[in-house]
Design a protein around this ligand. Structure first.
Ligand code: NAP
Length: 470
C-alpha cells in the first residue's frame, strides 16, 4: 500500500508520496527524544500558548484544510470544515485545562511524610490513525500529549497523506517545535521498528481490529503502553414513549453522516414494537431524500465512500447479509456517477447467525430490529462483540439514563446524537478497544504517575514504616 491521495469523487490520483526511510525514522525519534528532554524544564503554560496558536492557525486555514480533507477521502466539504473547527476547539480546551489537569495530586496516607502523585511525560509517543476523520484523530492525541510533554510521531492512513502532511505543517507554522509532531509515511515494518525503539514509550492507535491487533501485539512484545480506539456497532435504542419527531429527525443523520464511515455511527436501530413501523417508514423516507454529488459542492448531502476498496468491501457485506436471509427494506436508486458512491440501504430480519448481526459495516447501511420490551432491547444491544457508544431515546430522560447505563458500551447519549468534545472521555470496551482519549482521562493516557513521599526523617514507630519495607 503506497501513500496516495486518490479523489474518490473523480478517481483522479492527485499525488503519491514515497515511504519514509530508515534514516528519517531514526531522525524523528532522535529529535523527538531530544525535545522530550527539553520539555522537562519548560513551563507547561508555554505549551498552552502554542496550542492556542495552533487553534488560531487551523481556523485561519480552515477552507484550505477542508478542501484537502474532502479530496483525500471524499467527505462533504461542510463536514470537513466542521472537523477543522472541532480540532481548534480541542486544542483550545487542552491549552486552557492541561496545566491544571497535570497538577500534582496530594494523597492522604499513614506513611511518614507527605505523599503526592506527579504527572510526568513518558517520552516519544507513536500515533497510528485512520482516514475517516483525518484531522480530528490527530488532534485527539496531539493536544493532551503536547501539554504533557510527549513528542509525537504520526503514521496516518495510506489514503489521507495530504491531510496528514498539511496538518503537521500548520502545527509547525503555529510555532510548535517541529519534532513535537512529525508526520512520516511509515510502512508496517517501520511501525514495529518504532515501537521496538526504547526512546518510544507509547503507541495510540485508532482503527480496525486488524490494525489494533498488529500494533498491540508489537507493543506487548516490547512492553509499551497503548490506547486502542477500535470499531463499533453502536445501538440506537428507541423506547416506546420516545418523541418520534426527534427520533426520525436524527436517525438518518447519525447513520449517513460521513457517509456512514464513523466508528460511533448508529449501526443497529433497536426499536420498540409500538413505534417500529413508523420508525422504519420515516427512515426510508429520509434515506430517499439525500442528494449525491460532488462533495465539494455545499448542496450535496451524500458523499462517495473513501475508496473503491471500501465500497467493494461493503457491497460484499451487503450481498452476504442478503444471502443469509436479511430483507432489503430499502435501497437508494442507482447513482449516475463514476465516484465511489454506495447507495444507502436499510436491512431488516437479521438473524443471529447472519454476519450482518455481528460484523461492523462501515458505510451507509442501517440495520433495524424490532423488540417488545426494554429488557429485550438491552439484551440485543449487548449481544455484540463491540462496545463503543450508543444513543437511546426515551420520553423520560432519567429513565432513559437508567436503561442507558445497562448498555455495555463506553458512551451513551440519551435523547441526542453523540458529540465528541474535548471535555468528554471517548472510548469503548470489548472489541472496541481500551483506554480513553480526550478529557481528564485521556490527558493521563501516556503519563508517568510518579509517587513522591517526602519526609524529614524516617519514623520507625510508624506501623507502615516499621512493619514492611517493600
Ligand atoms: P485500519 O485498517 O486498522 O487502519 C487504521 C490505521 O492503522 C492506519 O493508519 C493503517 O495504516 C494502520 N494499520 C493497519 N494495519 C496495520 C499494521 N498491521 N501495522 C501497522 N499499522 C497498521 O482501520 P480502517 O479500516 O482504515 O479504519 C476504520 C476502522 O476504524 C473502523 O473499524 C472504525 O470503526 C474504526 N475507528 C474507530 C474510532 C474510535 O475512536 N474508536 C474512530 C475512527 C475509526 P494503512 O492505512 O497504511 O493500512
Amino acid at each position: 500500500m503506497t501513500y496516495q491521495t486518490v479523489n474518490p469523487y473523480t478517481n483522479e490520483t492527485v499525488v503519491t508520496y514515497p515511504f519514509a526511510t530508515d534514516a528519517e525514522l531514526e531522525s524523528a525519534i532522535a529529535q523527538g527524544h531530544e525535545l522530550y528532554e527539553r520539555f522537562k524544564t519548560q513551563p507547561i503554560a508555554e505549551r498552552g500558548e502554542l496550542l492556542h496558536n495552533v487553534a488560531a492557525k487551523l481556523r485561519e486555514q480552515a477552507d484550505e484544510l477542508a478542501r484537502i480533507c474532502t479530496v483525500d477521502m471524499g467527505k462533504l466539504v461542510g463536514e470537513s470544515a466542521g472537523e477543522v473547527e472541532l480540532c481548534a476547539i480541542i486544542a483550545d480546551w487542552f491549552a486552557d485545562h492541561g496545566e491544571d489537569l497535570l497538577k500534582p495530586e496530594a494523597i492522604e496516607t499513614i506513611a511518614t511524610g507527605e505523599a503526592e502523585v506527579r504527572h510526568h511525560a513518558l517520552g516519544v509517543v507513536l500515533m497510528v490513525e485512520p482516514w475517516n476523520f483525518p484531522y480530528y484523530q490527530i488532534m485527539r492525541v496531539f493536544a493532551p500529549n503536547f501539554m504533557v510533554g510527549n513528542p509525537m510521531i504520526l503514521k496516518h492512513a495510506a489514503n489521507t497523506p495530504t491531510a496528514a502532511k498539511r496538518f503537521c505543517e500548520i502545527v509547525a507554522e503555529a510555532g510548535v517545535p517541529q519534532a513535537a509532531l512529525t508526520n512520516l509515511f511509515l510502512d508496517y515494518d517501520h511501525v514495529t521498528k518504532a515501537i521496538a525503539d526504547p526512546r518510544v514509550q507509547g503507541v495510540a492507535l485508532t482503527g480496525s481490529e486488524r490494525g489494533g491487533q498488529a500494533v498491540a501485539e508489537a507493543a506487548g512484545k516490547y512492553l509499551k503502553k497503548t490506547t486502542m480506539e477500535l470499531g463499533g456497532m453502536d445501538p440506537f435504542v428507541v423506547l416506546g414513549d420516545a418523541n418520534m419527531d426527534d427520533v426520525t429527525d436524527l436517525a438518518w443523520r447519525v447513520r449517513l453522516y460521513n457517509c456512514g464511515q464513523v466508528c460511533t455511527s448508529s449501526k443497529r436501530f433497536i426499536v420498540m414494537d409500538n413505534v417500529y413501523d413508523e420508525f422504519l417508514e420515516k427512515l426510508k423516507e429520509n434515506f430517499a431524500k439525500v442528494v449525491p454529488g460532488d462533495p465539494l459542492d455545499p448542496k450535496t448531502t451524500l458523499a462517495p465512500m473513501n475508496t473503491k476498496r471500501a465500497k467493494e468491501k461493503l457491497q460484499g457485506q451487503l450481498d452476504d447479509a442478503l444471502a443469509n436471509g436479511a430483507t432489503l427494506a430499502y435501497q437508494f436508486p442507482e447513482i449516475d456517477s463514476e465516484g465511489q458512491f454506495f447507495r444507502p440501504a436499510i436491512l431488516t430480519d437479521i438473524a443471529k447467525d447472519n454476519p450482518a448481526y455481528s460484523k461492523e459495516m462501515f458505510g451507509p447501511i442501517a440495520t433495524v430490529y424490532r423488540v417488545h420490551s426494554e429488557d429485550e432491547a438491552v439484551a440485543l444491544a449487548n449481544d455484540n462483540p463491540y462496545g463503543l457508544g450508543g444513543i437511546l431515546f426515551s420520553g423520560d430522560p432519567d429513565h432513559g439514563a437508567e436503561v442507558a447505563s445497562r448498555i455495555e458500551t463506553g458512551m451513551v447519549f440519551v435523547n441526542n446524537f453523540m458529540a465528541s468534545l474535548p471535555e468528554l472521555p471517548f472510548g469503548g470496551v470489548k472489541l472496541s478497544g481500551y483506554g480513553r482519549e480526550m478529557s481528564h482521562i485521556g490527558q493521563m493516557a501516556f503519563v508517568n504517575e510518579q509517587l513522591i513521599v517526602k519526609a524529614a526523617h524516617p519514623d520507625l514507630t510508624n506501623p507502615a514504616g516499621g512493619l514492611v519495607a517493600i
